[in-house]
Design a binder for this molecule. Structure first.
Ligand SMILES: Cc1cc2nc3c(=O)[nH]c(=O)nc-3n(C[C@H](O)[C@H](O)[C@H](O)COP(=O)(O)O)c2cc1C
Length: 390
């Protein structure tokens, strides 16, 4: 491509669509059921409006913040995504880009690269876990993350194993063997640049989850790891408190929508929570996090770092989230589109686009720092906000 740089995340997504095999692109779109929550996540940002000033603006803007005791050059964190086969460098490209832009890296336990490799590339790595396997297995994973140098844990709790989509789910093989290769051949051959990017490394995507391997053992397949998780009884609040007590450091609970759950997360001693509906991939019909955020901030924002994720595609979205009370946002698909479009440089490009958008929005709002934002900087339509639970 003559000029690989892109000026918005939407352009990166369009390039990702052209470049990726249909199934891989479909896996990144994800969503669940009717796609209500997935759509609402982005559309809810669209209906929040700004209240800008025209003079007396600040000549410089400070974007730096700290979350879970980690200094961040801007209030953006890489949200963990368990996806495979997007790019041969996968999460390593993302971790390096995050390092170069001074932000933290959330690494999924379903990622294609190991926590050892990622924590060596990003010294603000947060290892993400689900409640999967027995307590001993989970302790081994915590121990491994600690030894690798992970700085914190993200425990993601919003998952209920829904598996239907009105637009159909992509077919993902258990393994790339000859049979799978034949089945995938038409869509892969239509995307020669993607195929070439893997062929150059001499390896095809192996679709394994190295962070779910038993000590000294072989990495399970993605589906093998998913099966373990499905077979694990869902955690009680005591289980969550137990896991938190086993990690001596920053600990985030991700996937909170309700005020009462947020209070329990504070009570069990977490350092942070993310208001999130898993990017609209879990229980469809759950409100967009940007709508549920303010009630949670009002209830626990002085006791814990409250971040949000879901639907962030622009720097102005980040500013909206901060104005209604988030300390930072986490991004998912935005960086995945950048990775697919142009590898590590594409992820850096996305982070630069978001940073630039934040800076110009702060300028328009007359702010010299992200810390100066408040709810009066945005206008919400009547009945915009949602208070779930009490
Ligand atoms: C393809 C895909 C895979 C994901 N995998 C995980 C995962 O393994 N662990 C996790 O905590 N969240 C996972 N998520 C959710 C993201 O961390 C995040 O909550 C979501 O993507 C935010 O919404 P956004 O994509 O609109 O930014 C995944 C999301 C997508 C799109």
């Amino acid at each position: 491509m003559a000029n690989a740089w892109f000026e918005t995340v939407a352009i990166a997504q369009a390039r990702a669509k052209k470049r990726l095999p249909k199934s891989v692109y479909g896996a990144l779109i994800a969503g669940s059921e009717k796609g209500l929550s997935m759509r609402s996540n982005t559309e809810s940002f669209d209906v929040l409006e700004f209240a800008p000033h025209v003079a007396g603006l600040s000549p410089s803007r400070d974007l730096a913040t700290s979350v879970m005791g980690l200094d961040l050059a801007m209030p953006v964190i890489i949200s963990p995504t368990g996806v495979q086969a997007v790019h041969p460098d996968g999460e390593l490209a993302i971790a390096r880009a995050a390092t170069n832009r001074g932000i933290a890296m959330g690494l999924s336990s379903f990622a294609s690269k190991s926590v050892e490799v990622i924590a060596a590339a990003n010294d603000k790595t947060l290892f993400q876990m689900y409640w999967s396997g027995d307590r001993d297995t989970q302790l081994q994973r915590l121990e491994r993350a600690k030894n690798a140098g992970a700085k914190g844990i993200i425990l993601t709790l919003d998952w209920s194993f829904s598996n239907g989509r009105d637009w159909g789910s992509p077919w993902i093989p258990e393994k790339i063997n000859l049979k799978a290769a034949f089945k995938l051949a038409p869509e892969v051959l239509a995307r020669p640049r993607w195929l070439w990017s893997f062929a150059r490394t001499g390896r095809l995507p192996d679709l394994t989850a190295p962070n779910m391997a038993p000590p000294g053992g072989k990495a399970p397949t993605f589906f093998g790891a998913y099966y373990e998780w499905m077979q694990t009884p869902p955690p009680s609040w005591e289980d969550v408190a137990w896991l938190r007590s086993q990690w001596n450091g920053p600990f985030m609970v991700k996937g909170v929508s309700r005020v009462d759950d947020a209070k329990r997360v504070v009570d069990l001693g977490a350092t942070a929570l993310s208001v999130s509906n898993h990017g609209g991939n879990n229980l469809d019909g759950t409100p967009a996090p940007i709508r549920a955020l303010p009630a949670i901030v009002d209830a626990v924002g002085d006791k814990i770092d409250v971040v949000m994720d879901g639907g962030v595609r622009r720097g102005s979205d980040v500013v909206k989230a901060l104005a209604v009370g988030a300390k930072a946002v986490m991004i998912g698909r935005a960086y995945l589109w950048g990775l697919a479009a142009n590898g590590q440089a594409g992820v850096e490009n996305v982070l630069d686009v978001i940073r630039g958008g934040m800076d110009s929005t702060l300028l328009a709002l007359g702010k010299s720092s992200v810390r100066d934002l408040s709810r009066s900087d945005v206008v919400a339509p009547p009945d915009f906000y949602r208070k779930l639970g009490a």
